[in-house]
Ligand binder design. Structure first.
Ligand code: HEM
Length: 379
C-alpha cells in the first residue's frame, strides 16, 4: 500500500466524534420537545401578531417570558437551549418592526448572555439549528408567519440538516480507513447517498418558494439584533455541517482568507461536536491535497484506489448538484432585493456575508471535481 494513503487522522478520535455526532439528533429532539418558558402559547399567536403588525403584543409577550428566566439558572443544557431559541425568535420578530429588543424589553440581553454562558455557547443568540432541528414540528412548531412557504422552507432545511449530519458521519467513518480500501469507498458511497436529501430540499424550495415570497415574507425575520450593544447576525444556511464536509474534502489545509474568515465566523455557531471535528481535521492534509499528491506519483491506480476516487468524485458531483441550483436561488433573491432597495445598496445574506462566499464554495466544489476527474482519466 502506498504511504500517501496511510491513515491521516487519529481513528480513535474520529470514532469518538462519530459516536458523539450520532447522539446529536436525540439532543435536538429533546430541545425541540422542551418549553421551559411556557412559550408554546405565544408561538401559536406569533404569526397573527406579525401579520397584523402588532409589535406591542410581541414585546409584551417577550417581556413576560424574560421575567421567567432570571431565577432559572440551574437549568440544564436542554432547557437553556430551548429558552435561547424562543427568546431569540421573539427578538427577531421585534427587529422586523425596527424595534431593537434590548432597548424595549428589560433584561433581554442579560437573559441571553446568562443562558448562553451557562451552556458554554460561543454566541449569545440562536443559530440555524435552533430554527430547524431544534424547532418542534406539528402544533408546537415555531414559525414567524402562517404562510405555507415558511413551512416548506423549514421542512426542507430540517431534511437538509439531517442529511448533512449523516453524510458527515459516513465521511468521518471513511477517514478511519486507508483511502485505498473497500471500507473507505463504501463509507464515502453511503455519505453520498445521504447527501441526496439536500438536492431534494433545494428542488422543492426552488419550485415552491418564489423569490418574492422569500424576500417579502421570510427573509425580514433574519436580521441582526444587539446584545449588550454588540450586533449578532441571524441564523443562516452558512451554519450547516456542510462546513465540516468541505473541510475534510478540501478545506483542512486551505488558507484562502475569504474561506478561513467565513469558516471561523460560522463554525462557532454550531454545537460543540462540530467544532471538535474541526479541531481534529484542521491543519491536516485534505482529501483533495492527498489526491493531488497521488497524481504526481504517476503510477496506475489499483482497484481499491480507483473505486475510492470514483466515490469521492460522486460525492463532489452530488454536492455540485445541490450547490449550483442553490446558488441560483440565493442570487435571484439578492437580485430582487437589489432591485427593490435601489442601486448602491449592499445586500447581504442573513449570516452577514454576501454571495461571494457561497460562490466560492461552489467554485471549490467544481475545482475539486476537475481534479478527481483528471485522476480517473489519466492514471
Ligand atoms: C428560498 C430559499 C433559499 C434562499 C433564498 C437561500 C439563500 C442563501 C444565502 C443568501 C446564503 C448565503 C449565506 C447567508 O445566508 O448569509 C445561503 C447559504 C447556504 N444555504 Fe441557502 N437559501 C435557501 C434555501 C436553502 C436550502 C433549502 C438549503 C438546504 C437544505 C440551503 C442551504 C444553504 C447552505 C448549505 C449554505 C452555505 C453555502 C454552501 O455551503 O453552499 N439553503 N443560502
Amino acid at each position: 500500500m502506498n504511504c500517501l494513503y496511510e491513515l491521516f487522522y487519529n481513528p480513535v478520535t474520529l470514532h469518538k466524534l462519530v459516536t458523539t455526532l450520532e447522539q446529536e439528533a436525540a439532543i435536538n429532539q429533546r430541545i425541540a420537545a422542551s418549553d421551559p418558558l411556557n412559550a408554546d402559547v405565544v408561538f401559536q399567536r406569533l404569526p397573527d401578531w406579525n401579520e397584523r403588525n402588532e409589535s406591542e403584543e410581541i414585546r409584551q409577550a417577550l417581556a413576560g417570558i424574560i421575567a421567567n428566566v432570571t431565577s432559572q439558572l440551574e437549568w440544564d443544557y436542554t432547557s437553556c437551549s430551548a429558552a435561547i431559541r424562543d427568546i431569540s425568535m421573539l427578538g427577531a420578530a421585534l427587529i422586523r418592526f425596527e424595534r431593537e429588543p434590548e432597548e424595549c424589553v428589560s433584561g433581554f440581553s442579560d437573559a441571553l448572555l446568562a443562558l448562553s454562558t451557562h451552556i458554554g455557547a460561543q454566541i449569545p443568540r440562536d443559530s440555524f439549528i435552533d430554527y430547524t432541528s431544534r424547532n418542534p414540528s406539528g402544533a408546537r412548531e415555531r414559525t414567524f408567519t402562517s404562510t405555507p412557504q415558511e413551512k416548506i422552507f423549514l421542512n426542507s432545511l430540517r431534511q437538509g440538516m439531517l442529511a448533512l449530519d449523516l453524510c458527515l458521519i459516513h465521511l468521518l467513518t471513511a477517514c478511519t480507513f486507508p483511502i485505498a480500501s473497500q471500507e473507505f469507498a463504501s463509507s464515502v458511497h453511503t455519505a453520498t447517498s445521504s447527501f441526496q436529501a439536500m438536492i431534494a430540499a433545494i428542488v422543492q424550495v426552488k419550485r415552491e418558494i418564489t423569490p418574492e415570497a422569500f424576500t417579502h415574507y421570510i427573509r425580514p425575520f433574519f436580521e441582526p439584533f444587539h446584545i449588550a450593544g454588540k450586533g449578532f447576525s441571524a441564523p443562516s444556511g452558512a451554519e450547516m455541517s456542510i462546513l465540516n464536509i468541505d473541510q475534510i474534502l478540501w478545506g483542512a489545509d486551505c488558507t484562502d482568507e475569504l474561506y478561513t474568515t467565513y469558516f471561523r465566523a460560522n463554525i462557532i455557531r454550531l454545537p460543540t461536536v462540530y467544532q471538535e471535528i474541526t479541531q481534529a481535521v484542521v491543519g491536516q492534509k485534505s482529501l483533495l491535497s492527498l489526491l493531488k499528491e497521488r497524481i504526481t506519483l504517476g503510477s496506475a491506480l489499483n482497484r481499491e484506489e480507483r473505486r475510492s476516487i470514483q466515490e469521492i468524485h460522486q460525492l463532489l458531483t452530488r454536492m455540485y448538484t445541490f450547490r449550483m441550483p442553490h446558488y441560483k436561488v440565493a442570487e435571484e433573491n439578492v437580485l430582487l432585493r437589489q432591485r427593490e432597495c435601489g442601486a448602491g445598496q449592499e445586500i447581504r445574506g442573513s449570516s452577514g456575508f454576501g454571495l461571494v462566499e457561497t460562490k466560492y464554495v461552489l467554485d471549490q466544489t467544481i475545482r475539486c471535481r476537475h481534479i478527481t476527474s483528471e485522476i480517473l482519466s489519466s492514471l
